[in-house]
Design a protein around this ligand. Sequence first.
Ligand code: ADP
Ligand code: ZN
Ligand code: ZN
Length: 786
Amino acid sequence: MNRGSMINQFTYKTATFFIVNQNDMVMSVLYFPAGHFSHRLTKFLRFSVHLIMRPTIARVALPVPLDRLFDYKIPCHLTPVVGGRVSVPFGPKTMIGIVIELDTESEFGFDKLKSIHQVLDVEPLWPQNLYQLLHWCSQFYQYPLGETLANALPAMLRKGKPASFNPSIEWRITSLGREQFMQGFGRAVRQAQAMQMLEKGPADHQYLLDQDVPANILKKLEDKGWIESVEVKFRPKIDWTFNVEAEGDKQTLNQEQAVAVATVNNFAGFGCFLLEGVTGSGKTEVYLNLIKQVLENGKQALVLVPEIGLTPQTINRFRKRFNLAIEVIHSGLNDSERLNAWLSARDKVAGVVIGTRSALMTPFADLGIIIVDEEHDASYKQQDSLRYHARDVAVMRANKENIPIVLGSATPALETLHNVLSGKYHHLILSARAGKALPTVNKVIDVKGQYLESGLSAGLIAEMRKHLEAGNQVMLFLNRRGFSPALMCHDCGWIAECKRCDAYYTYHQFSDEIRCHHCGSQQKTVRQCQGCGSSQLVTVGVGTEQLEEQLSLLFPDFKTIRIDRDSTRRKGSLESALSSIRKNEFQILIGTQMLAKGHHFPDVTLVALLDVDGSLYSSDFRASERLAQLFIQVAGRAGRASKPGEVILQTHHPEHNLLQILLRQGYRHFAELALQERKKANLPPYSFLTLFRAEANQSHDVEHFLRQVRYTLEVHPLFKQQCQVLGPTPAPLAKKAGKYRWQLMLQTNSRLTMQKLLASAKPAIHMLPNSKKVRWSVDIEPQDLS
Ligand code: ADP
Ligand code: ZN
Ligand code: ZN
């Protein structure tokens, strides 16, 4: 026992006293009359007194990039709790951290420690299961615990605000507004719509925004005195099991849907289900039915959707179906809304939480099911800080909570299929498209040696004309923004290159700029070759801007719209573009991947992928899987409402084996073949990868550091025969924003080996002399190898 806590015993007359000291303060005095105890009892008492001793040290996780906890003294008047926040001095600053352990001793010596300033929570912030999951994440993804926990909190809690609801704003109609209904709203359609929504009762500000009521309309109505806002301080809990399902557009389930619902419902405890079905096969309907059951059992549901999938339509479908509060968590929430949503789930005010990746870290009082829609989607993997895969961690969470999890997709990730084939996951299949839609007709156009008009072959142009003239819409995919991916001198071959990156500038005609898509640098378009001074600059390759221009020349009678990151920068512009497409205001739709997911356009009957060759011969082993998924997704866009659809692929390699299998036999056969290839090459899911990335101003520093990392791993006792290190090699983009980038890949035969080896080697890597000179990170099970 150190000086932190001491027990002194002395005898006075016929009694024995134990005096418990903690850090020179008398904490308690225990008195025992004489004759009552033997030597053994004395020892036992000493021991138990030690156990009940008040902790004097708090071990705190702070949001700093260090793999350790920090000890602080607990002043007498404070009572921190494990899993709660404290504010502490850290260097010259005050920081907020999470108490991980309470103790009576510190290895650093009591006198050297600083004291906690403030205790911010009287109870743990997270339910136990989630708290444990976050610890697991920190270990598995090799990310410091303090930062992991901080990342999982809404910003307001990170900043030390109390964990209680922030007042929210509600709108309601005034008596003046009521009178207005008699006179009508004239041509102000949007104002009328907003008034009609509010006529049913007061509504939350954020809810109205979610329902496509713009803030400026609310402002206008307020200025006219027709509506007013009120602050709502408390959120009422809703009667839970009473009538959770609203009378909405409920469907009678078809047999496969019914089997899927019954299978999951009849399952007690943890189970992972792959729900495989093409777009429109009724997966969402299955989710809704499962959630209904969960809510009726008095539990809550978590639904994860890809970044792009959180459309007003999706949200509405859930809102219309259930009478309970539904929280939507997405990047557009402000800090206070985010905190409210978090608390609403934790305190069981909300029945359902729908959200993108980060919603996985929402606490629940009583979680009953997790649903991961489009589970194959790449946006589930976080690409910086805690590089977690939300689908994988969701499975882990379901396991810890002992509840079922449903992974839905038309194109399951190969990892997921592998888990199905090996019997780890259950398989539920929806084989038919709900409603009357027919399967699409798939075609390949061999473009070898053909003249392409801005990337379009004559065959494709003819097909487009047929579909357009029949009054339908056509959708074209090209995964390249801008006018052209390069600008070249016709006389000497010079190409405009970004000085800070190992990459060409993309030419953007619309803004008359050349931009680097890697570091974001941009400048006015150069007019002269910087090699020979010639003014003969030509564009190389085709981007979406050029395609748009060309199409308006080819099809002057039809209107073209382009959907990419450039055209949808403004908030709300994507939504309004999508809604004008649905109204058939445009007939030709051009887009990058953004357009591929989750949107329903019943009048699209032809979809074409313009350039798939890059994916067939990419250095990234996942590229062909992604292409296959994109293909099936876009095929799902064609011909939904009983109009037959057609899908066309342009390629120089129509004979490519995987492509042939995909087109002739479908995704399932493609996936099985792709899995066999992965097995032969010992790639995931047959092995486990860890990618070390490093960058610095000097290339040799980076290379040298990764060489040392390699050596550290190879000499480690846990490094077995089945482990391999590849590299260091320059990253696919070897220079970015002025930094040189290298990579090192570790391949192991099991997750456990990987985890143990990394955990044990990491301190040594941190100690490497160059580790402070370079910026480096570890990506466990990377999805993107660039
Ligand atoms: P997915 O989520 O697989 O794309 P949805 O659940 O959105 O499929 O269903 C596609 C369309 O079919 C929706 O308009 C939905 O209302 C309808 N639908 C789903 N299940 C049925 C059913 N059993 N009977 C009739 N229509 C259905
Ligand atoms: Zn030149
Ligand atoms: Zn650049």
